[in-house]
Ligand binder design. Structure first.
Ligand code: MN
Ligand code: MN
Length: 407
């Protein structure tokens, strides 16, 4: 901007109700840290792209206060581990220090590409974002599991259970992409127990003795882990259903999108926990869709931290942390949000498209407490003494639960 046009802009906006002239001019470059008489324009270096994504961090509402831990991480800021035919990136306690209870991995595999046979200490919950994959597992009783999963399907592998994931081809989608959530924030995708890694670090005579084969049979085992690698496309699913001691009784997959959602004016919620997906003993989840302007109502969870993943749209939440602490965060597709145990919050769709996100909890069953329901079901004179609301307004509060409220 030339000095002349800058002065022109300042003159044109002089006397603007909320923003000072220089702040108004700065709005063109992004949100300014000016709120009424408080704040001042940024003079130093700026990162306009970042600031535009976090307007309520740059200019918090007056209700925000105190020091809250950071509750936002974007997978866009996570290291990409690139392998032949795919990639993985993770959001763990190392990226988002508050996330002690859970960690997440975003993984992409082209058709035929395998996330190699492995196991880990943590339980693994997954949501298929795009495309299809074949998953397999074997349990301690020699029972087997194999299924093909597509968009909106879940899987859950308990702690220590060995499994594999291989991308398929479907409807022109080359492979798949999915979100993994682990029930420990310290999880690392780089620290799982890999079949090829173990074989490469076991003496060949021991391998020979173990499998009853000559040592020469192991001449071609990989010298280091494969992790993500291309393999021949699998045949029909029926052919990959190994017998063993029979099928694993609690299926490791679940069709979350096939669940009839809770529908309210403004959006839908699907809740999947161990009451309908019995295998998923340590992770409960909710898939929420909010129309523009709609809001996941003020609530908290009485049983654990919330790990969020934003699939589409733009959302805003304010987290209340007691001791007058509150902070507002903006999220968009690909971001991870985190709400520590018991902290109050809402989630508002501030964009023009449907806001879709997942909430995960390290609990067997989903639970939330609705602020509105709490007030509606507490003696109204007592509520009035606290809130100074009109008695009629309190009497009119719905006693039912409506997780989503209209815009
Ligand atoms: Mn795994
Ligand atoms: Mn919540």
């Amino acid at each position: 901007m030339t000095e002349l046009s800058r002065r022109g802009l300042i003159a044109a906006t002089a006397g603007s109700a909320l923003l000072g002239a220089s702040a108004r001019a700065q709005e063109a470059a992004g949100p300014a840290p000016v709120r009424g008489a408080d704040g001042a324009p940024i003079l130093g270096p700026r990162n306009p792209a970042r600031e535009a994504q976090d307007p309520f961090t740059v200019r918090p509402p007056a209700t925000d206060h105190g020091t809250m831990p950071n509750l936002k991480w974007s997978f866009a800021d996570s290291h990409m581990r690139l392998e032949e035919g795919g990639w993985a990136r993770q959001t763990t306690i190392r990226e988002l220090p508050v996330s002690k209870a859970m960690a997440g991995v975003n993984m992409r595999l082209k058709a035929g590409v395998v996330r190699e046979m492995h196991w880990h200490k943590e339980a693994e919950w997954s949501y298929m974002l795009q495309g299809r994959a074949r998953i397999t597992a074997v349990d301690a009783q020699g029972r087997t599991f194999a299924d093909d999963v597509g968009p909106g399907d879940l899987w859950y592998f308990p702690s220590g259970i060995p499994h594999s994931i291989q991308a398929l081809e479907s409807d022109g989608v080359d492979g798949c992409e999915f979100l993994l959530v682990f029930d420990d924030g310290a999880f690392s995708e780089d620290s799982t127990f890999l079949l090829t890694d173990w074989l490469a670090h076991t003496p060949k005579d021991i391998l020979a003795k173990n499998f009853g084969l000559p040592e020469s049979a192991f001449a071609n085992i990989p010298k280091e882990e494969l992790y993500i690698f291309p393999a021949p496309m699998p045949g029909p699913l029926a052919g990959d259903r190994m017998g063993g001691a029979g099928p694993i009784p609690e299926r490791f997959s679940h069709r979350m999108l096939a669940q009839e959602p809770i529908r309210t004016r403004g959006g839908t919620v699907r809740i999947t926990d161990s009451t309908i997906f019995p295998a998923s003993k340590t992770i409960a989840a909710a898939l929420v869709e909010l129309e523009p302007g709609a809001m996941r109502e003020l609530h908290w969870h009485p049983n654990g931290d919330e790990w969020q993943f934003y699939i589409a749209g733009e959302g805003r939440i304010t987290v209340f942390g007691s001791e007058s602490k509150a902070r507002t965060f903006d999220y968009r597709a690909g971001d991870v949000g985190y709400v520590p145990f018991a902290m109050g919050h809402y989630i508002e769709n501030i964009g023009t498209e449907t806001l879709t996100f997942l909430e995960m909890f390290r609990t067997p069953t989903y639970a939330d407490i609705s602020l509105r329901q709490w007030l509606a079901l507490t003696p109204h004179a007592l509520v009035q003494a606290h809130t100074k609301l009109d008695r009629a307004a309190i009497d009119g509060l719905s006693q039912g639960k409506s997780p989503v409220v209209q815009g």
